[in-house]
Design a protein. Structure first.
Length: 201
């Protein structure tokens, strides 16, 4: 996981490049949107894949994120806020709509927990039998903000500073949310049985 100081776009040139790209995107410049797609599609897809635990739905929704963003391009006001934060906000809202539809169709497994269980089981398949149900219960105990920190920090590998920008929170707030989320998960999963290490750096 990257630390705060490792962010490449902290440099002024990076900000200038983002501002120029945002301005071109707002004018619906095709080349700018091609660049945005190349830069951000994978992270948007990874976020949706984790939220929905369905690769096909994630692919469709990721494409819809860019379609929605393009349609709303003239409403985006850069002001130093990363374009990725805007795209993730759209992805978050679309994912919530999909999840609400699933809930209305009736009870189902916590797919987000199932996907995370699969990722952890790849590293250590021994406890995988009970991991899915345990994770579903553990994640259900977290607040939505805590779950969002887990997604951004551990699935998208964002730094604390990047997560703070994307969530529109202070870095201290992000650290506190991460610390509480990991502590809650560790308690729910039986201490070191599943989670080991996991500091809040």
């Amino acid at each position: 996981m990257r630390e705060t100081g490792e962010r490449d776009h902290d440099h002024p040139a990076g900000h200038a490049d983002d501002a120029e790209l945002a301005a071109r995107a707002a004018r619906r410049d095709p080349a700018a949107w091609e660049s945005l797609f190349e830069r951000h599609y994978r992270s948007i897809y990874a976020y949706l894949r984790f939220r929905l635990a369905n690769s096909h739905e994630a692919e469709d929704l990721a494409a819809q994120v860019f379609e929605t963003a393009y349609a709303r391009a003239d409403t985006f006001d850069y002001r130093g806020v990363p374009i990725q934060a805007w795209l993730l906000a759209i992805a978050r809202n679309l994912a919530r709509d999909v999840i609400k539809k699933r809930i209305r169709r009736g009870p189902s497994d916590d797919l987000e927990a199932a996907d995370l269980a699969g990722r952890l089981a790849e590293a250590d398949p021994a406890p995988a039998v009970h991991l899915r149900s345990d994770l579903a219960r553990a994640l259900a105990e977290l607040t939505e903000d805590q779950r969002e920190v887990v997604r951004l920090r551990f699935i998208l590998d964002k730094s604390v500073a990047e997560t703070a920008i994307l969530m529109e929170r202070s870095e201290d707030a992000v650290k506190n949310l991460q610390r509480r989320a990991l502590a809650a998960l560790q308690r729910a999963l039986g201490g070191e049985h599943y989670l080991k290490g996991g500091g809040a750096s």
